[in-house]
Design a protein around this ligand. Structure first.
Ligand SMILES: [Fe+2]
Ligand SMILES: [Fe+2]
Length: 404
């Protein structure tokens, strides 16, 4: 016999857990699935994001710590997808066949983490958000199977945020480290505030609280996050746009918010609430690769942006005077990719070349169009340029137009 809404609510009121779909109504199951999908997608998408930044680890030991965290996150994703499978969801379709833009996770994971500093701030900020959100579900959810599985997740998320705190304290000892931390905190603070979702007053689905799937509201969890994240930043001498209002005993954001985020500059501007439901280009690229029939996540390592990709893009840029690629002309003397920053070393055919600015503008425009590129730095080295630097292909093309 189907469970009625009254029987379900009575069970919840008695404090008895819902042990499976046979004890629940369809609206309860639908709300549970929505919550599980956000959790599973968030954990899954955090792994490649963290892996990218882990490559900047300062030592083998710290790299191993980071990969341990990544392994935990994949385990957390697996738990949530398994819960969904037990509820009859086709999780293979969910992971491999879903349209990338339908993945549900905080907007923060659409912004690449580029450095060890950003990774440890992510641990201190994002994993703290995960710890609070999942800790709340662990302690309050009425769905028994998830509650039990979250015991392990709760401990691991606590370790992740502790890892971030330890490293923020270490990096803040050094002036350069502190400057880098401040830069990371400047863009990551608001993105984590956004993590908790819409303000309670704007929230459409209220059944998470009604069915006891979680205990605290978005705004309550946001307050809890600020109550430990802000003092941490203050302790290590970092500035964040929030303060404690003692009179009302609440944390107040002291900058325009909700805010629009400028992905390229990694800086918050203003105007709209990111509701976390839209996947940006980065996630689109990651999930598209998993959807493209590649069930081996090993193939999706963060190799989409490397010197070869940059060189291929530079190859498309022609010298304004000759219809030959600047690469074939021998003007490019080095390409380096670090995180989302691309550094190009180049020279010109002569100091008096009138096209220097034009070529640099073309380089910036072309490279910024590449996925994953945030910053383009061009260093003009004024190394000698002679005919020997022109490639065979370049010579052939120049001959074709009668230049050599
Ligand atoms: Fe996690
Ligand atoms: Fe975590």
């Amino acid at each position: 016999m189907a469970v009625t809404e009254e029987a379900l609510l009575a069970r919840i009121a008695r404090g008895d857990l819902v042990e499976g779909p046979e004890y629940a109504t369809q609206p309860y199951i639908d709300a549970l699935k929505r919550t599980l999908i956000v959790s599973a997608d968030t954990e899954l998408i955090s792994a490649p994001s963290y892996l990218r930044a882990a490559r900047d680890a300062p030592s083998i030991n710290s790299y191993i710590s980071a990969t341990g965290i990544i392994q935990d996150e994949l385990g957390h994703a697996h738990i949530a997808y398994r819960m969904l499978r037990d509820l009859g969801v086709d999780t293979d379709a969910l992971v491999y066949e879903r349209d990338p833009k339908d993945f549900k996770h905080p907007y923060a994971f659409d912004v690449p983490l580029d450095s060890w500093t950003e990774l440890v701030v992510a641990n201190a900020f994002y994993d703290r958000a995960g710890f609070l959100l999942l800790g709340d579900i662990f302690r309050h959810t009425t769905y028994g199977p998830w509650k039990r599985a979250l015991a392990k997740v709760d401990r691991e998320e606590n370790f992740h945020l502790g890892h971030g705190e330890k490293w923020m304290r270490t990096l803040s000892q050094d002036p350069k480290g502190k400057t880098d931390l401040q830069h990371a905190v400047d863009w990551m603070f608001l993105l984590t505030i956004e993590w908790f979702g819409l303000p309670d007053a704007l929230k459409r689905h209220k059944e998470q609280i009604g069915y006891g799937l979680k205990g605290y509201t978005n705004d309550q969890l946001r307050q809890q996050w600020m109550s430990t994240a802000v003092p941490l930043c203050q302790e290590v001498g970092l500035t964040v746009p929030a303060r404690h209002d003692a009179e009302h005993n609440e944390w107040v954001i002291t900058c325009p918010f909700p805010a629009r985020f400028d992905e390229r500059q990694k800086s918050p501007g203003m105007t709209c609430w990111c509701d976390g439901s839209s996947a940006g280009p980065r996630t689109a690229s990651l999930s598209a690769r998993s959807s493209a029939g590649t069930r081996n996540w090993g193939d999706t390592s963060m190799r989409e942006l490397d010197a070869g990709v940059v060189r291929a893009a530079l190859y498309e840029i022609l010298d304004p005077e000759y219809p030959v690629s600047i690469v074939d002309l021998g003007l490019i003397r080095g390409v380096e990719v670090k995180g989302s920053t691309v550094r190009v070393r180049m020279t010109y055919t002569s100091m008096g070349c009138p096209c220097t600015e034009m070529i640099q503008d073309d380089i910036r425009e072309r490279l910024r169009a590449l996925p994953g590129v945030g910053r383009v730095e061009i260093e003009v080295v004024w190394e000698p340029w002679t005919r020997e630097h022109i490639s065979a292909e370049g010579l052939k093309q120049l001959r074709g137009v009668g230049v050599v």
